[in-house]
Design a protein around this ligand. Sequence first.
Ligand SMILES: Nc1ncnc2c1ncn2[C@@H]1O[C@H](COP(=O)(O)OP(=O)(O)OP(=O)(O)O)[C@@H](O)[C@H]1O
Length: 285
Amino acid sequence: MDIDHGKPAVKLTDVEFRRKKRVILTHVNLTIQPGEKWVLFGPNGIGKSTLISMMATRGFPSEGTVDVLGNRLGRVDVFSYRNRIGVTSAELADSFPYDEDPLDAVVTALNAVTGRWRDTYTEEEYAKARGLMERFGIGYLAGKQMWRLSMGESTRVMICRALMANSDLIILDEPTTGLDLGGRELVIRSLREIAFEDSPRAMVLVTHRLEEIPEGFDHLAIMGRMSGSEVQAANVIVRDGDPEPGTIVYTGDLEHGFTDERMTHLFGMPLHVVHTGTRWAAYAA
Ligand SMILES: Nc1ncnc2c1ncn2[C@@H]1O[C@H](COP(=O)(O)OP(=O)(O)OP(=O)(O)O)[C@@H](O)[C@H]1O
């Protein structure tokens, strides 16, 4: 299937997600155009992973529609376009056979499979996988086994995998979690380079830490909880004892999104945001 030029990479329309009568997400609207680099930011448990599982065609909304690369979730066979989506997440890292060679974990992205079986790959494809692993400082892992990797190593394998297939959409779910300072900065620097490449590839980086946002990611969606009055106005039924549902409370550029006021409101404590020109940070005021 070809790139659907002109169509958004992701379009979420009035998305709601419920589990066991709890409304976890509601009234979520977001459009990501080809080539855009987005940060999806929000506190723990707000629904970031739930939302990106839909963008990755792994989860379905209870209400509303999700269009990914021009395909409506639930209407088009996801296997016909899943190899155009590169995803990194701790969950994905756990889904490989324990003895999988990390080099194969990268190259198998070309067929969107976890675990090499009868599929074969060319020398050029392996060379590309090796090149990516070198770029992310894990060239030495080729020939090893996935189960032996440290968390930081397996995170970097997942990033290489996401970049392997020249995907039209790359979703990075907390790609620097578990990395030491050097590893984190190496990944941030590489993601910065990738973000600045002139490419129609859309990228979504999920994080709850401002420090981990690479330069070049310039669109921001912030998730937060609806207030009681917003829940009432929107006619959402929230059971006693359940937290208010998550939704997107801000979309726009980083400058206008990461304000002291908004961060303070979001986390319920006085917070001060620092912007050095290329990087961001936030501290308790
Ligand atoms: N299948 C499910 N069944 C029940 N509850 C779920 C399910 N999936 C998610 N939840 C709940 O939905 C909420 C949002 O979870 P999610 O993992 O999407 O949040 P998150 O923003 O990614 O959190 P974190 O930053 O901690 O990773 C949580 O309260 C979680 O317990």
